[in-house]
Ligand binder design. Sequence first.
Ligand SMILES: Cc1ncc(COP(=O)(O)O)c(C=O)c1O
Length: 361
Amino acid sequence: MRIPISKPFIGEEEKKAVLEVLESGFLASGDKVRDFEKKFSKYVGTKHAIATSSGTTALHASLLALDIKKGDEVITTPFTFIATANAILYCGARAVFADIDDKTFNIDPESVEKKITQKTKAIVVVHLYGQPCDMERIREICSDYGLYLIEDACQAHGAEYKGKKVGSFGDLACFSFYPTKNITTGEGGMVTTNNDEIAEKLRMIINHGARKKYEHEILGYNYRLTNIAAAIGIEQLKKLDKFNDRRIKNAEIYKELLEGIEGLELPYVSSSVKHVFNQYTIRVKERDKLKEWLEKHGIECGIYYPKPVYKQPLYMKLGYGDKLTNVERVCKEVLSIPVHHSLSDEEVKFVAEKIIKFFKH
Ligand SMILES: Cc1ncc(COP(=O)(O)O)c(C=O)c1O
């Protein structure tokens, strides 16, 4: 048996939808993209959704829409995919890293508050692995200090905080449709917002600064999604709740079979959230040995993430010298095991059995 760490589920519906677009001849951004945006905003519960070419471009365009620039500081987590912090650098601003909560691995609001200076303009929170951040506390801080809030919801499609979907808490929120995510379009992204002005500016930014064809008012980019990708997205969105249910069920099976093993810490799920398990991340002191053991048995594992962003060579070269206690410890101990929506009960049980065996040795 070989079990990959992620595997997108593409059905006949997606194939048919793509073929229709190919046959229509309208391949670039058009009606399918508008339809996908409408359906996505309805799903998240925001007034606007603007499709982009990736989660990374969604983040970059969002920061630009808030006019983040050189001289500004944006606070974010060092325990994320590099794109979150890089989007801040693209704008010429400085990424300031706050420590994470030891239990949820999400950004720690108290650490955020300590990092605020006169230059701070915004906070980018990441709903890591599919678990929403402490949005109440974060929003309170943003409101107290007059800061913008961006949600990086690239791993959290359909996740909820106190019964409300992520993507509707920030001034803007960004999603990714990369194939490892809870739904995919190949490459692709989406920004959601309730702010009309920001939505309009964002549309210009992703479309070469133009509101009207060949009338370029500001410096923009080509960050558009294609109709081909949107056609896949529309079909995937219909299946998102079912995919998430499967991920949650897989997590429940792991909990049932693995709870109580000494030396193994299962994911902590806050009582305020619906966690959609983009990743199921356990914590083990002998992380590397367990990874090796599981891979020997055909089970692919991931380390998300092996080092804090500020320790990436690029950031070291830029002079970042942070030392944040929780994130440094967590990076050495986390291991993500397969939890994706294409797994069967048998496969999940197989993974659990191998983990139990490892701890018996
Ligand atoms: C937390 C986070 N932010 C941003 C991104 C970037 O998204 P993309 O790969 O679609 O550019 C990803 C996914 O790769 C992610 O996991």
